[in-house]
Design a protein around this ligand. Structure first.
Ligand code: PLP
Length: 374
């Protein structure tokens, strides 16, 4: 591969010593399960985001599952979400016993369309689960207003959007994941803040949700062997927490580097395809850089051509969830959510990581342009 999708080896050498020192401390103390580094990272992560609490868990998927349960989602409830996301978003709604209800997306922003959300509300609706897709903030003012009007919980899937921000109607900038009742994060290695394995966290400002999350991640137990509820083994690993604390100190700089790559992509591709348009009240985290073509044929040609040239690329996501076999029981069909269906057929994502060089960026953008001329 001349240009990979992400290069996880590039970020290691500059912080090797810091990481190795942090990890050795865990090894020497052998406090592997809920060691002091877990609560230290939780405090740092909450403070970074301006949230009251963070609870470390074992993945972004469990962050969603536990956030839904801690928010009081019960079997038979309906949770409105986007069909244009990774399946973890909807899978965890089902795992909480609830029913995912897919609303359509905005055709340019790719996040939940507030109007479509409102049209899906029934007497069973209990929550809205927006996803800040690729790092683009969902329209949170509108979503929060709908939630308030209908008394719904809001859980923000912030797996791809740590360091993203949104300026609320009152003028306050907020980190994504701190606007709704809970924000869920993934520290999967390729996310903005990657661990060296699986890890995740939930942010909340709500005391009761916080207490519930802490119990749920550790077998429903706050005091050892005293169980008021059943829970899970979903703890954040101490070694990962130690690594995350080190990497957290660098993450804003990495997002700035991603933004610089994005600006160069946008400049070079101007007039050739649709590049991300970041509204002035938003900070995009650029976990992914996704472009859109006029037709599926152009997209498919570009994908084929880039692959032939040794340039990695990926369609996030080729089949919207309402059309997946896993959700056949919900009866979704083509035509139900036209924006999501159009977008799945016309987007693809280019290599994106902080250390991408100008030379690599030129290789990628020249290839996209050449594919359109063929
Ligand atoms: C990565 C991701 C998840 C799941 O996170 P894991 O840590 O891999 O479990 C959930 N939602 C979205 C949108 C994601 O991109």
């Amino acid at each position: 591969m001349k240009v990979p999708m992400v290069d996880l080896t590039a970020g290691y050498p500059p912080i090797r010593e810091e990481i190795e020192t942090a990890v050795k401390q865990v090894f020497e103390k052998a406090n592997f399960i809920l060691g002091a580094q877990v609560s230290e990272f939780e405090k740092e992560f909450a403070a970074h985001n301006g949230a009251k609490y963070a609870v470390g868990v074992n993945s972004g998927t469990d962050a969603l599952r536990l956030a839904l349960l801690a928010s009081g989602i019960k079997p038979g409830d309906e949770v409105i979400t986007t069909p244009f996301t990774f399946i973890a978003t909807s899978e965890t709604i089902s795992q909480a016993g609830a029913i995912p209800v897919f609303a359509d997306i905005d055709p340019e922003r790719y996040t939940l369309c507030p109007k479509s959300v409102e049209s899906k509300i029934t007497s069973k609706t209990k929550a809205i689960l927006p996803v800040h897709l690729y790092g683009m903030p969902a329209e949170m003012d509108e979503i929060m207003a709908i939630a308030k009007k209908h008394n719904l919980k809001v859980i923000e899937d912030t797996a791809q959007a740590f360091t993203g921000k949104y300026r609320m109607a009152d003028g306050n900038w907020k980190y994504l994941g701190t606007i709704g009742d809970c924000g869920t994060f993934s520290f999967f290695p390729a996310k903005n803040l990657g661990a060296f394995g699986d890890a995740g966290a939930v942010l909340t400002n709500d005391d009761a949700i916080y207490e519930e999350l802490k119990a749920l991640r550790n077998h429903g137990s706050k005091i050892r062997y005293i169980h008021e509820i059943e829970g899970f083994n979903s703890r954040l690993d101490t070694v990962q927490a130690a690594i995350l604390s080190v990497r957290l100190k660098h993450v804003e700089k990495w997002t700035e580097m991603r933004k610089a790559v994005a600006a160069k992509y946008a400049e070079a591709l101007k007039g050739f395809c649709a590049t991300p348009v970041v509204p002035e009240n938003c900070r995009h985290s650029f976990n992914y850089y996704t472009i859109r073509f006029d037709t599926k044929e152009q997209r498919d040609n570009a994908q084929k051509y880039l692959t032939e040239q040794g340039i990695a690329n990926q369609i996030y996501y080729p089949i919207a969830l309402h059309l997946q076999k896993a959700y056949a029981h919900l009866g979704g069909k083509r035509g139900d959510l036209p924006n999501a269906e159009k977008v799945q057929d016309t987007v693809f994502s280019l290599p994106m990581y902080p250390e991408l060089t100008d030379e690599q960026i030129k290789l990628v953008t020249d290839a996209v342009k050449a594919s359109l001329k063929k």
